[in-house]
Design a protein around this ligand. Structure first.
Ligand code: FAD
Ligand code: EPU
Length: 343
């Protein structure tokens, strides 16, 4: 365990916000993590677990302990006729993990290529892209229960996965530290290329019989063309979730905006595209000082330079209120806001 006081968080969040933490403790094993909790000077302070910092917005300095998860290791721990069971440490970089699996011929994560962040945060919001969510390839995870210091195993049902949701973002928020995640990967690939952009990208690449590496390359190419690279322009991906509305609300909107993208859900509701709503409301590419919604993807809030977390949050609030006024839809933030906010 390494402990630093008054640590700058700038290199540790993809918005590039220059906040400070009273302490940052980096740990690479369960025992090292327990040593952090044994440190008497840290015990009275609040703490938060940080992975790659690609889904957090710090609105102020953090007057507590940032627990930086660096638990590593990737291993195939079991197999049956159809699957490889692959365990990865929570501190493994997600995309490197996906590439490693692809190189071994372990299929199933190709659509989730190039998502920033670490393995441990994946189940937290059930990361998803291009028609696949982590829940589709998930077997179990092990997490340290902070109150007892015990390690508990969660299967998929216990994780209560939903769209950008899990028990760790809901009722069990702040109670567990995910140490590792085990995936159920496929021996025989089952490609998921129904998401329109993937098939057209594969066509553009001239590939007729794609393999998992081809799908991964197509996804990477689409993502690179749409999403800003946090190393160049601070952002945390989609800032809001896509809203899910009931049929009555959907029909009312569709009558006003026939061209509005929409996706029926399994329970008879409709998912709408927050990016479309934000663009339609006039925020796409509109810059206010150091902040704005991205010019190529209106769902992505960007830091054009040295914006503070507070400024970014205030901008998100302006957009949220305007969308509410124009469409009667309350957007929900997908990004985890850490620190005080004023509405
Ligand atoms: P962090 O930002 O460090 O943490 C996120 C939350 O998880 C925090 O509340 C933190 O306390 C908690 N947490 C982190 N690690 C643990 C742990 N070990 N145990 C318990 N809690 C933990 N997301 C998608 O779903 N799909 C996308 O397509 C996508 N695209 C993106 C594109 C860009 C350019 C960016 C910047 C982000 C994108 N994201 C996407 C969001 C982000 O990459 C994911 O949410 C990712 O899983 C966050 O990982 P992280 O390690 O950076 O988490
Ligand atoms: N759209 C617009 N204007 C925009 C952006 C989007 O009209 O500025 C429209 C598009 O034309 C399309 C629809 O909105 O009809 C959906 O857009 P897109 O396919 O780009 O996906 P998204 O809904 O904006 C979601 C996820 C992404 C994920 C992609 C691909 C959420 C909140 N976001 O974005 O995840 O990568 O689909 O599957 O569900 C993230 O969570 O951080 C993230 C980037």
């Amino acid at each position: 365990m390494t402990l630093s006081a008054e640590a700058s968080l700038k290199p540790f969040n993809t918005f590039g916000i220059d906040a400070r933490a009273r302490y940052m403790a980096r740990f690479d094993s369960r025992d090292a993590l327990l040593a952090v909790f044994d440190e008497s000077r840290l015990q009275a302070l609040p703490h938060m677990i940080l992975g790659g910092g690609s889904n957090v917005l710090f609105t102020d300095d953090y007057d507590g302990v940032i627990l930086k998860n660096e638990v590593r290791g990737i291993a195939c721990i079991e197999e049956d006729d159809e699957h490889y069971y692959v365990r990865a440490g929570a501190g493994e970089n997600w995309h490197h993990f996906v590439l490693h699996c692809l190189a071994q011929g372990w299929a199933g994560l190709e659509n989730l290529s190039l998502i920033p962040g670490n393995v441990g945060a994946g189940p937290m919001q059930n990361i998803g892209a291009y028609g696949v969510e982590i829940k589709d390839r998930f077997h179990s995870l092990r997490a340290l229960e902070i109150a007892t210091g015990r390690v508990k195993e969660f299967d998929a049902a216990a994780c209560a996965f939903g769209y950008r949701e899990s028990v760790f973002k809901g009722p069990a928020k702040g109670q567990y530290i995910i140490l590792d995640v085990t995936f159920r990967l496929l021996k025989e690939p089952r490609l998921s290329t129904h998401y329109g952009a993937i098939s057209s990208e594969l066509q553009r690449m001239g590939i007729e019989n794609p393999g998992i590496q081809d799908v991964s390359r197509a996804v990477i190419s689409i993502r690179e063309s749409k999403l800003p690279n946090p190393a160049v322009l601070g952002n945390a991906g989609s800032f809001f979730k896509n809203p899910i509305v009931d049929e009555e609300r959907f029909v009312g909107l569709r009558d006003r905006f026939a061209e509005m993208p929409h996706y029926p859900t399994e329970d008879g509701k409709y998912k709408l595209a927050a990016g479309w709503l934000i663009e339609k409301a006039g925020w796409k590419g509109k810059r206010m000082g150091q902040v704005g919604m991205h010019a190529q993807q209106a769902l992505v809030l960007v830091n054009y330079g040295n914006a503070s977390g507070r400024e970014l949050w205030e901008h998100s609030q302006r957009v949220l209120e305007d969308v509410q006024e124009k469409f009667g839809i309350a957007l929900e933030r997908e990004v985890n806001v850490i620190g005080p906010v004023e509405v």
